[in-house]
Write a new protein. Structure first.
Length: 138
């Protein structure tokens, strides 16, 4: 397994099977141009097998933290430690960039994600709720 930061439109589009939907070139370009946005892709035999995306967030009184935005492993590659390795790689990038922590929101019934984050060294901070404003709804 080889984990690399994606830096080109072609890399991100080649990994679109790992996303919830197809990559849109204009969004890919915007993602790559945005300071603090990054995606690490795990390759197995040269093919994208998993990805993790992170977004740095800066606050005037706290400094910079990394948000683990999304983690995905292609079905045939699950259970091989790819999720843990990419999560640990993102944590290391955050450390190198001077972030004070890494955070991720996860559904409480997503056992695979919970196990991955625990195995990568994360701890549960307790009860968490997320509220969302759906700006696409009519």
């Amino acid at each position: 397994m080889d984990i690399r930061r994606a830096t080109t439109v072609d890399e991100l589009i080649a990994a679109e099977h790992l996303y919830d939907g197809p990559a849109r070139p204009e969004w890919v370009e915007r993602f790559l141009a945005a300071d603090g946005h990054l995606m690490l892709i795990a390759y197995v035999d040269g093919a994208p097998a998993g990805m993790v995306s992170g977004i740095e967030m800066l606050h005037p009184d706290k400094g910079t933290e990394m948000c683990l935005y999304e983690l995905s492993v292609d079905g045939p590659f699950r259970g091989r430690g790819i999720g843990r390795a990419r999560t640990q790689a993102l944590v290391e990038v955050a450390r190198e960039r001077g972030c004070y922590d890494v955070r991720v929101g996860v559904d409480t019934d997503n056992e695979a994600a919970l196990a991955t984050y625990r195995s990568a060294g994360a701890r549960d901070d307790g009860i968490f709720t997320m509220h969302t404003w759906d700006l696409t709804a009519d």
